[in-house]
Design a protein around this ligand. Structure first.
Ligand code: ZN
Length: 491
């Protein structure tokens, strides 16, 4: 489908019209998880943001090759170049083979993001499975003169690169400021400049994950895997590279420098970054005691949570904000999201049960076009949700008997919900047997209460009848007596 999609390119700091390199095809790379711990909210946001982009591009008819890597080597404890490998450390502490650690957390990651209805990528390459390619990539950078060997390790020469190119162009940082703010750490004497980053690290004797190379028995630096695997699966130049804003510097900055050094030109045409998540206004971190895993959200098992939140509530909550805005998680905000989602699902359920009238008695705006325009404007999901609420208002009018809808209008509204709520926002509705069952149970319970109220009324037991009406109202239900019986919906 021909549409003008605008996306915000972090490189130009402007919204740009998206035109793929190869008509009809899109190559998209997103920095995936580092698998040394359970998936948490910080994993959920990029997974959902780029799932929306993947779904929308696919919906528009593009053939998308979506690559999301697994970082299973070279993520060191202190910074990208120093300390023990986090997976190796976990393996040592838990007496596991490193690949067991990787597989265990990868399985859990898949389980947790599947629950969020995040579609699997087309290719999910492991850094540890691409050591040969990374060694070849380092050779190219060495040949171009932008890296040097030191004590069995290979470092990228940032100062030299910056003389010929512009290091810091993505994050808008300036090399002089960076040099003055970078401390020289112990063990960094091998580097010419503290800004230089490792392409290959010689493994210390206690390091258990290492491979042979022309320079030493060692392992690749973290930034290298994305340049290598992006190019391997998407070509020397590809369309979109995404990730969290926290990866913009130094990770993505280093990726640009590596591509330019190895290939003579950049690899990525559009850089996209999702903003970060805070919890009750604070950064998420183990030291703040607010590090909540997705599993803990689903179970309600973290002390900061007053209840469990279903994966669809988490997904909907994240989509209620634009991906470039910050999101603050709190129980109040999640409960509001839960209520909002129930309202939309309630509208969808009513819509499916509505009978067409001869003619519509109200004007139904072109909601489909409004949603397309919102998505075309840099994936404005909050605007799509606002439009779905507008549609719910008309649906509620129709189910309360205050409006009538023609067969054509009903069909368009149904298409609106299946296209935007189900396919593009990726909200699971009736496909999920559990939620269909619980929806049936919930409707049955409300109907039953209303029947009890009717019986109370018939018996002139006004106290009981009023109690049921008032309590349901307090819970957010709108109840109306119509000539066809009692109608209700969530307000
Ligand atoms: Zn990456």
């Amino acid at each position: 489908m021909e549409r003008d999609l605008l996306i915000y390119n972090s490189l130009s700091r402007a919204k740009e019209r998206f035109t793929p390199l190869h008509p009809g095809h899109v190559g998209m790379y997103v920095c995936g998880p580092t698998v040394y711990g359970d998936a948490h909210l910080g994993h959920a946001r990029p997974a959902i943001t780029f799932d929306i982009l993947y779904r929308y591009l696919t919906h528009l008819g593009y053939k998308v090759r979506y690559v999301r890597n697994i970082t299973d080597v070279g993520h060191l404890e202190h910074d990208a170049d120093e300390g023990e490998d986090k997976i190796a450390k976990k393996a040592r502490l838990e007496q596991l083979e490193p690949m067991e650690v990787v597989q265990m957390y990868l399985n859990r990651y898949h389980r947790d993001v599947d629950a969020l209805n995040v579609l699997p990528p087309s290719i999910e390459p492991h850094a540890s499975g691409h050591i040969i390619e990374q060694i070849e990539y380092i050779k190219k950078i060495l040949e171009a003169g932008y890296a040097y060997e030191s004590c069995g390790s290979v470092y990228f020469d940032v100062e030299k690169y910056n003389k010929d190119h512009n290091y810091g162009k993505l994050s808008g940082r300036n090399i002089e400021d960076l040099i003055s703010s970078t401390r020289s750490l112990d063990g960094q004497q091998e580097k010419r400049n503290p800004l230089d980053f490792a392409l290959w690290k010689k493994a210390s004797p206690e390091h258990i994950m290492h491979w042979p190379s022309p320079w030493s028995e060692g392992f690749p630096g973290w930034h290298l895997e994305c340049s290598t695997m992006g190019t391997k699966y998407l070509g020397e130049t590809f369309d979109i590279h995404g990730g969290g804003l926290d990866l913009m510097f130094p990770h993505h900055e280093c990726e640009i420098a590596q591509s330019v050094a190895a290939q003579g030109h950049e690899a990525v045409r559009y850089w996209m970054h999702n903003n970060m998540i805070t919890i009750n206004g604070k950064k998420m971190g183990k030291s703040y005691g607010n590090f909540i895993t997705l599993e803990e959200f689903y179970q309600g098992s973290h002390p900061l949570l007053t209840q469990a939140y279903s994966p669809m509530v988490i997904r909907f909550f994240i989509l209620m904000a634009h991906y470039r805005s910050t999101v603050d998680f709190s129980n109040e905000a999640l409960q509001a999201a839960e209520k909002a989602l129930m309202k939309i699902l309630d509208g969808y359920r009513r819509l499916m049960n509505l009978k067409p009238a001869e003619k519509s008695s109200v004007e139904v705006p072109d909601f489909m076009e409004q949603c397309y325009q919102a998505m075309d404007d840099d994936l404005n999901t909050p605007q799509v949700i606002a439009t779905l609420f507008e549609a719910c208002r008309i649906i509620n009018q129709a189910t309360d008997g205050g409006a009538q809808l023609s067969a054509e209008d009903l069909e368009n509204l149904r298409l609106l919900f299946t296209t935007f709520l189900v396919d593009i926002l990726g909200i699971r509705v009736s496909a999920d047997a559990d939620s269909a069952d619980s929806m049936k149970a919930y409707e049955g319970a409300v109907d039953l209460l209303l029947e009890v109220r009717n019986n109370a009324k018939a018996a002139k037991d006004w106290a009981t009848s009023d109690l049921i009406r008032d309590q349901l109202k307090a819970l957010g239900f709108n109840i109306k007596d119509t000539k066809n019986g009692v109608e209700w919906h969530l307000d």
